[in-house]
Design a binder for this molecule. Sequence first.
Ligand SMILES: [Zn+2]
Length: 434
Amino acid sequence: MASEISRCGDGPAPGNLSASVAAYSALTVLECSRCSAGPYEAARVQGTCECGAPLLARYDLAAAASWTAPDEIATRPPSLWRYHELLPVGSAKSVVSFGEGMTPLLPMQRLGAELGLPRLLMKDESPLPTGSFKARGAAVGVSRAAELGAAGVALPTNGNAGSAWAAYAARAGLPCLVMMPTDAPEITRAECVAAGAETYLTDGLINDAGRLVRAAVAGRPGYLDASTLREPYRLEGKKTIGLEIAEQLGWRVPDVIVFPTGGGVGLIGIAKGLRELQRLGWLGETLPRMVAVQAAGCAPIVRAFEQHADTTEPWPEARTQAFGLTVPDPLGGFLVLEAIRATGGTAVAVTDEQLIASQRQAARAEGTWVCPEGAACFTAVGELRRSGWLAENDEVVVVNTGAGLKYPQTLPARPALIPADGRIPPARGSAAPR
Ligand SMILES: [Zn+2]
C-alpha cells in the first residue's frame, strides 16, 4: 500500500484505481498543505498534519478523467454530488443530503450598472439548506465522518457552520456538539438546538470556542474535531462552489471571483477545485483573480497581504456586524494568501457602515437580500472598480455566502402604519417606496 500511496495525488494512477473500473470517488491520500510529512491515509478519520497545518485531499485525476466528462456530468441531478469523483465520499450510499448545490449564478445587471461593472454576476448561496454556503462543507464533512465511523462531530462556529453541521449530523444520526460566541446570530442557536445538537455559548470569540471544543473532543473517543481546516473534508464541500461556477459558465472561469473571507475555506476551496479541473483538462490555463474581502474590524488576511507577509498574525479585539468574518486567527490564512497571490488577486477590508449600505443597495437594485458578508464583497467591488483594479469589461463573480434573512437586525424596517379606516397614499412613480 505504501508504494501506491506515494504515487498518488496528481501523479500516475495507482494500481488499485485502474482507469477501467469507475469508482464513486477518486480520492487517494491526504497531503500536508505546508510540509512534506505524510502522505496520510484517507481511509480513516484524520485531523491536521503533525506540523499542525491542514491536510488536503488528493485525487487520482487521471482516473477521474477516464471515468467521467463534462457532457456526462451535465446529465446528473443538480446537486454538488454531481462531482462525486472529485469528492471524498466513497459510495453513493454514504451520502447525507438535503439536495444541496447548483445554486444560481445570477446576472446583476442593475447593481452592476450602478457599480460600473456590466458583467457582474452573483453566485447566490442563500437557497442552500440552512441558508448559507456552510451546507456544502457540512454535507461532505458529515457524510465522510459518518462513512469513516466517527462517534460524533464537534465544532466551534460563528453561527452558520453550526446550524449546517447540526442539521446534517441529525440527518446522519450522528451526535453533534456546537460551541458558539454569544454574539453569533440568534437564529443559528435556535437551528442548532432544533436539530438536537449539544449546543453551548461562550463569551469569547471563535478561537476561544475552538479551544474549548478541542479540549472536549480530547475527552470523547471517536469524536471528530470539525473545526475549520482541522479535518480535510469541509474544504472539499466548499470547493464545489468553484466547480459549479466553471460548469455554469460553460467550463470556463470568470476574470475575478470575490469571496468574503473569515476562516478562508471557501476561497481556498474554490482555488483548489479550479486547479483540479485544469488538471482534468476541463479548463484553460488562466485562473480567475481571487479577491478576499474582510471587515475592517477583523482583517488579519488583508493586513498580511498589504505587508507582503506569508502568514497572518492574530487580530486584536475583532468586531464586525458581518459576524461570519470574525475570525481573528485563521488556521488557513497562509493558504488564502497563497491563492490570492498565485492568481494575481488582492485583499480588501471594508467598514460595517459600507457593507450595510451595500446590503441595502443590492436589495433595492436586485431584490436580493444578501448576508452582511456577501454585502461586503459588493462594497469591495465598487472600491476596486473606482481604483481601476477592476476594468469595466471584467467579468466578476461575487459569492454571496448566505441569506440576509438570518440577520434581520442589519436592515431594520419601519413601514408606515395606516389606520384600518385610513387610506394608502398615491403611487410615487414606478420606484419602490423609500
Ligand atoms: Zn505538515
